[in-house]
Design a protein around this ligand. Structure first.
Ligand code: PEP
Ligand code: MN
Length: 339
């Protein structure tokens, strides 16, 4: 971290500032220029609040040189992290496909969809039980009963289950029942929730917030990791832009950028990114081409009557078609589809 002082700062003021930083266990190098002096802070600056340093009258500017995240940082962990979800690997040379309905609606529905997506090559089942809906009058999900229906589908197929947690009070329940705990876009910066899922032993799927930067997203992963849970998978699900034609805008650059910044696996959600079933295939394939580690796709046996997100859901045959293309693209990228 570099602290640039205002012209005319006295040596006495510099000494006081240096003492303050040294008291924070940092080493300080002072460079006295013609017009101004510069302090170079060396050590663990993750706990240093740059805005607070600016409160010192003599400070002109503060620049961070190293990233504020340590555990998720690729620099300190050059190899890819592979997360194990109840025996299914995500990351490294693996390409993992998660599929299932937006919401769990009934036992027949979730078991039927689970069987169909498994036949077509999915190795994990998604399905929302607690749904984050924009309107309080929309279907909110089946709640705890939904978790039990997911478990019934797992008992039939063996597929590990992925579902969204909305509040810290559900952590114990999810710890017992869920294989991959999803933190949704709307909760990406719910720091209390992040800290609590950080104490769980189950891996976490952290979706990118609707308008969050890569660094903010990685910092949210860092929250989970700093509590001891290092099994975090990131998911790009489209961001808000000025474009209204599509539901969101898939940020394909997120994949290579996140991989450069961080060692965690990153998967793509083409369903929420585009918001229409006809957009799922091109977006999914672009994610594979960008180097993603997997996909999470909404599939419904009867999209026209889905209780949530039918317009962006694929039918099982459409999902099967897509899987054929995905396999070819994954091969081209030098990865292997997890079977
Ligand atoms: C979901 O995957 O069911 C969901 C609600 O996604 P997001 O949090 O990305 O909107
Ligand atoms: Mn959905």
């Amino acid at each position: 971290m570099v602290v640039i002082l205002k012209p005319g700062t006295s040596q006495n003021e510099i000494r006081k500032l240096v003492a303050k930083f040294e008291a924070m266990d940092l080493r300080v190098g002072v460079t006295n220029g013609v017009d101004c002096s510069i302090l170079g802070l060396v050590g663990d600056t993750t706990k240093v609040d740059a805005d607070k340093i600016l409160l010192n009258e003599c400070v002109e500017r503060v620049t961070r040189i190293s990233e504020p995240y340590k555990k998720a940082n690729r620099k300190f962990h050059p190899e890819d992290t592979v997360v194990d979800v109840d025996g299914v690997p995500v990351g490294g040379n693996n390409f993992t496909v998660i599929a299932g309905p937006c919401s769990v609606e009934s036992e027949e529905q979730i078991i039927e969809v689970a069987k169909r997506v498994q036949e077509q090559g999915a190795t994990m089942l998604r399905g929302g039980a607690f749904k984050p809906r924009t309107s309080p009058y929309s279907f909110q999900g089946l709640g705890t009963e939904g978790l039990d229906l997911l478990l019934a589908a797992k008992a039939e197929t063996g597929l590990p289950i992925v579902t969204e947690i909305m509040a810290p009070r559900y952590c114990d329940l999810f710890e017992q029942k869920v294989d991959l705990v999803q933190v949704g876009a709307r909760n990406m910066q719910n720091f209390e929730l992040l800290k609590e899922v950080g104490k769980m032993s189950k891996p976490v799927l952290l979706k990118r917030g609707l308008a969050n930067t890569y660094e903010e997203w990685i910092m949210s992963a860092e929250y989970i990791m700093s509590e001891g849970n290092e099994n975090v998978i990131l998911c790009e699900r489209g961001i808000r832009t000025f474009e209204k034609y599509t539901r969101n805008t898939l940020d394909v650059s997120a994949v290579p950028s996140i991989k450069r910044m961080c060692h965690l696996p990153i998967i793509i959600d083409p369903s929420h990114s585009g918001g229409y079933s006809w957009l799922v295939e091109p977006l999914a394939l672009s994610g594979v081409a960008a180097g993603a580690d997997g996909l999470i796709i909404e599939v419904h046996n009867d999209p026209a009557h889905a209780l949530c997100d039918g317009q962006q859901s694929l039918t099982p045959p459409q999902f099967g078609d897509l899987m054929g293309k995905v396999e070819k693209m994954v091969d081209l990228m030098g990865k292997t589809v997890v079977k």
